[in-house]
Design a protein around this ligand. Structure first.
Ligand SMILES: [Zn+2]
Ligand SMILES: [Zn+2]
Length: 292
C-alpha cells in the first residue's frame, strides 16, 4: 500500500509533517498556524478531511503552536504523552501513548520511540501502511541505537540536519546556546545525520527529507550537496523553513522490508533518558528559544 508524505514546514519557526494513505493521514506535530496549515495543504491538493489525528513529538512551541486551533476546528484527537501535555501549557484532552505501543489510525500504524532532546518526554515516529514506512526523526540530540534501527526500516525519512559544525562554531550564538545545541540533548548536525544515513540506510531508502535546518547555522545548498554526493539513488530533498515540499509517494510492495516486531526484549537495554538525567516528572519546563 502507498504512503504520501510532505513537510508543510520544517525548522525552529514551525514543524508540521503530513503522512497518509489514500483514505487517512496524520500530522506529526502542528507547529504552524491552523490557517497556514490549511493554506499549504490546499496548495498541495491535500484534503484536511483525510487527517484523522495529530501526533506530538514534544512540547517545544515550534511543534505545537497550531494544535489548539487545528484540533478544535477539525475535532482531531491529539496523541501526546502525559508529560509532554503537562509541560506544553495546552488545555486539551490528549490521548496518551508510550514508546513500544503502536498508535493505530485506520491502516496507518504509528510506532513511537524515545529520543535524546531537551524536552520532557520526546519521541520520534515510524509510520507504516502495509509495507511502506516513513520515519520522522527531528530534534535529536544525538544518534542512538533506536534511531539507527528505525532508520534502517524506512523507505523514506525526515532526518534532522540542524547545523553545520563550523558555522555553529564560528557563528554569533552565545557559548551557552552553542553548547546546548551540540551538547547531546539539542540537535543533530549535518555530519551526524550523514553518518546515520551512510551507516543505516538500506537499498529500499528512496527519499530523505533533510529537516529542521537552522537559519543561522546551516545552508540548504551546503547540506543538500553534502548528502547528494553520497545519495546513490536516494532522492535528497531539503524541507524548507518557509514553504511546503512537494508531496512524495512510496509504494514499496515490490520490495518489502521485513515486518516490524517491537517486543520489550528486542529493545536496547539503554534507552535515551530525558535531558540532563532529569526524571520525566521534572517540573522545570524546558525553555525553547527561537534561535535554533
Ligand atoms: Zn524543533
Ligand atoms: Zn525541540
Amino acid at each position: 500500500m502507498s504512503l504520501y508524505f510532505t513537510s508543510l514546514n520544517s525548522g525552529s519557526n514551525g514543524n508540521c509533517y503530513y503522512i497518509g494513505n489514500d483514505r487517512e493521514a496524520v500530522l506529526v506535530d502542528a507547529g504552524i498556524s491552523c490557517r497556514e496549515t490549511e493554506r499549504r495543504m490546499a496548495r498541495l491538493g491535500l484534503d484536511m478531511g483525510k487527517v484523522k489525528a495529530i501526533v506530538v513529538s514534544h512540547e517545544h512551541v515550534d511543534h505545537i503552536r497550531g494544535i489548539p486551533v487545528l484540533s478544535k476546528k477539525y475535532d482531531l484527537p491529539v496523541f501526546i504523552t502525559e508529560a509532554t501535555l503537562r509541560h506544553s501549557g495546552m488545555q486539551l484532552e490528549g490521548r496518551a501513548f508510550s514508546a513500544g505501543e503502536a498508535i493505530e489510525i485506520g491502516d496507518l500504524h504509528i510506532q513511537p520511540f524515545v529520543k535524546y532532546h531537551d524536552a520532557a518526554d520526546p519521541h520520534s515516529f515510524l509510520i507504516s501502511c502495509g509495507q511502506a514506512r516513513v520515519g520522522v526523526f527531528t530534534d535529536i540530540g544525538r544518534p542512538c541505537g533506536e534511531l539507527a534501527r528505525h532508520f534502517s526500516m524506512c523507505h523514506a525519512a525526515f532526518l534532522e540536519t540542524n547545523y553545520d559544525t563550523e558555522m555553529l562554531d564560528k557563528g554569533r550564538y552565545p557559548i551557552f546556546l552553542k553548547n546546548r545545541i551540540r551538547g547531546g540533548h539539542g540537535h543533530l548536525s549535518n555530519n551526524e545525520a550523514l553518518e546515520v544515513f551512510l551507516r543505516h540506510r538500506t537499498k529500499h531508502l528512496s527519499h530523505v527529507l533533510l529537516s529542521h535546518l537552522s537559519q543561522d547555522n546551516n545552508d540548504p545548498d551546503l547540506v543538500h550537496s553534502l548528502f547528494s554526493r553520497h545519495a546513490n539513488g536516494t532522492e535528497i530533498v531539503v524541507a524548507g523553513r518557509y514553504a511546503e515540499t512537494p508531496v512524495f509517494h512510496i509504494n514499496p510492495s515490490e520490495a518489502p522490508l521485513p515486518p516490524v516486531h517491537l517486543s520489550i526484549s528486542q529493545q536496547p537495554a539503554i534507552l535515551p533518558q530525558p535531558a540532563n538525567g532529569k526524571k520525566k516528572t521534572n517540573e522545570n519546563r524546558p525553555v525553547q528559544t527561537s534561535l535554533f
